[in-house]
Design a protein around this ligand. Structure first.
Ligand SMILES: [Zn+2]
Length: 395
């Protein structure tokens, strides 16, 4: 594979994610793994090679800023039971914890790798991956290590998040007691192993209280981890306000967010990461995407692919379509939320999710000519060609 410069050209829709407003045909110069120049083809600098993308829709590589890939086992029976009226208790997470603890390193690494490959084949070039199905220090460290090992053999870029506070393990006496273990034992072990960039907490009714979440996330911030939160999904607990107070990079879910929460987010720099997949599967309230956008909040769309509430690992094209059809976003806004928005949710603004000079040269040409295909074809839009760091990858 050559490391020489590459000129990508086309005459179709180019979303950077803003629609490119120069004359057609356009050209993008890639050099040393970065976007080096963007403009009309007639002004393009010379390059070692050229690829013409024709009329294809071109976007930045998608950024999926919220996933849970480190698990074994199968819980599709729970989805059927919920549809027949069984309530969601979250107890199902512990089923996955038992199956994950029982899986060998090879099994778990292979499962994670398959999920990362499916994401990559759907146009995702950066993916956030959480632990959280181990719920014991050695098991959480193992999950983070295996995410890293699975990613090492693949071109997709992975950001790891420690989610020891995903549920209370069966051996713990209480959420508060387990939260203390997460804060005082797990976080030092995770940072010593250098195996995560972020810490997340499932702060919600029946899981971790705002007080437990604050204890954990303050310890994480002190240890140098970035902070993000599962917030206001099942109940309006005030988790969003806690995320703001703690300087979280992102508050995720927000199905139960009210006007006060929207205003609080708008006054903060916290990204709202919305997850229409599980909201749809759970037949839950939808997050107030339109109100958040109208208030000026940076919105990300992510899959939340996980073991029990949304199991699709190639779903980001569908998630963009759901943003437009269910959440009241324009399709261009939804594409922006799945690219630049996702990058913002990972603290990577300007580096990922954007076709701009100096950003990582991660780009997808789609089997479509207009972003409207994400709304029209609901999940059936697929990449035709993908580049990561200026290298073409095969799905
Ligand atoms: Zn989640």
């Amino acid at each position: 594979m050559s490391d020489g410069s590459l000129l990508l050209t086309g005459h179709g829709r180019l979303l950077t994610p803003r629609p490119f407003d120069g004359p057609d045909p356009w050209a993008i110069l890639v050099r040393d793994g970065l976007f080096a120049w963007i403009g009309p083809l007639t002004d393009a600098p010379a390059a070692d090679s050229t690829v013409d993308l024709g009329a294809a829709l071109v976007t930045p590589g998608l950024v999926d800023a919220h996933t849970h890939p480190a698990f074994a086992g199968e819980r599709s029976d729970e989805a059927a039971a919920r549809i027949e009226g069984a309530p969601y208790s979250g107890g199902g997470i512990l089923r996955t914890v038992a199956a994950t603890r029982a899986a060998s390193d090879d099994e778990l690494r292979s499962l994670i790798g398959a999920r990362l490959r499916a994401s990559l084949a759907s146009g995702v070039t950066t993916i956030e991956c959480k632990s959280g199905y181990g719920l014991a220090t050695d098991e959480e460290i193992r999950s983070l290590r295996l995410i890293g090992e699975a990613a090492a053999g693949l071109p997709i870029r992975v950001v790891r998040t420690f989610l020891g506070a995903h549920a209370v393990p069966p051996e713990a006496a209480s959420a508060a007691e387990y939260a203390a273990v997460v804060a005082e034992e797990m976080i030092p072990a995770v940072t010593a192993a250098g195996s995560a960039e972020f810490c997340d907490v499932f702060c919600d009714r029946g899981f971790f209280s705002p007080a437990d979440a604050e204890r954990i996330l303050r310890a994480a911030a002190t240890a140098g981890l970035g902070v993000r939160m599962h917030a206001d999904q099942l109940a309006r607990t005030g988790a969003t306000e806690l995320a703001i107070r703690l300087g979280a990079v992102s508050a995720d879910h927000l199905e139960q967010l009210d006007d006060g929460g929207v205003a609080a987010l708008a006054a903060s720099g916290v990204v709202a990461t919305l997850l229409p997949g599980p909201a749809l599967v759970m037949r839950d309230r939808l997050p107030p995407a339109r109100a958040l956008l109208d208030a000026g909040v940076t919105v990300a769309l992510a899959s939340d692919a996980n073991a029990g509430t949304f199991g699709a690992w190639a779903a980001m094209p569908l998630v963009i379509g759901l943003g437009a059809t269910l959440l009241g976003m324009t399709v261009a806004e939804a594409v922006g939320a799945a690219t630049a928005g996702g990058a913002a949710a990972l603290g990577l603004t300007g580096r990922r999710g954007v076709i701009g000079v100096g950003a990582d040269a991660d780009l997808v040409a789609w089997d479509a000519e207009h972003e409207g295909a994400f709304a029209l074809n609901l999940g059936a839009v697929r990449p035709s060609r993908t580049w990561i760091g200026g290298h073409e990858v095969s799905g």
